[in-house]
Design a protein around this ligand. Structure first.
Ligand code: OGA
Ligand code: MN
Length: 220
């Protein structure tokens, strides 16, 4: 690449869909918290949401538990997919997971209603390994990551419909993640109004020591 081109790239501000508390955090997590806007074509988004709708419609949105991480949601774990969706999920696997790296067989499908949100949490190591990759459908949202030991360190990810996010390593283990509720849904100064959002989440299986019993891959 021409010298001037790479210089321009290097001096550009951080990607416009990731914000952070400091340039140091942004640079440290550059490969650990990744957003790929437009990962899905409009046709692919449509394929997924049409296929998921009948499964989801059969369930009711849940609110109840005061201590639950997720509010205003319904979810399912999907193992059988159309050929068109399998092609999309293979692309997610190639983009987010190493070659030959296993995934949990059930893909987690989470439907948040417009008022729904996800409180800060770290996915349980009992149910989930080092990598989490999520597709967002229907509504934009903001995912916030906060360092569990130092809340002054944070990232915000702007998740537009059709985007893929990847959390791995430090972003997955050392930071909590949350999906902001509509009232708090800002990417910096920019208001991101929340509608119904569906996420399709692929996870690496838990990394378990010898002798530990495998757990069913539910509710990370
Ligand atoms: C979860 C979670 C994020 C998303 O279910 O543990 O963090 O993108 N979901 O829906
Ligand atoms: Mn999570």
């Amino acid at each position: 690449m021409a010298g001037s081109g790479s210089l321009a790239l290097r001096t550009l501000p951080a990607q416009s869909w990731v914000r952070g508390s400091s340039p140091a955090v942004l640079s440290r997590l550059r490969d650990a918290a990744v957003v790929r806007p437009g990962f899905l074509s409009a046709a692919e988004e449509d394929t997924l949401s049409r296929e998921l709708e009948p499964d989801l419609r059969r369930r009711r949105y849940e609110y109840d538990h005061w201590d639950a991480a997720i509010h205003g949601f319904r979810e399912t774990e999907k193992t059988r997919w159309s050929e068109a969706s399998r092609t999309i999920l293979r692309r997610v696997q190639e983009a987010a997971f190493g070659p030959g790296q296993a995934l949990l067989p059930g893909v987690h499908v989470l439907d948040l209603e417009p008022r729904g949100y996800i409180k800060p949490h770290v996915d349980s190591v009992k149910f989930c390994g080092a990598t989490i990759a999520g597709l967002s459908l229907l509504s934009p949202s903001v995912m916030r990551l906060v360092h569990t030991q130092d809340p002054a360190e944070w990232l915000e990810l702007l998740l537009e419909p059709g985007s893929l996010y990847i959390l791995r390593g430090s972003a997955r283990y050392d930071f909590s993640h949350e999906i902001l509720r509509d009232e708090d849904s800002f990417f910096g100064e920019r208001r991101i109004p929340r509608g119904r959002r569906i996420s399709v989440i692929c996870r690496a299986p838990p990394e378990m020591g010898p002798g530990e019993l495998a757990q069913p891959p539910t509710a990370c």
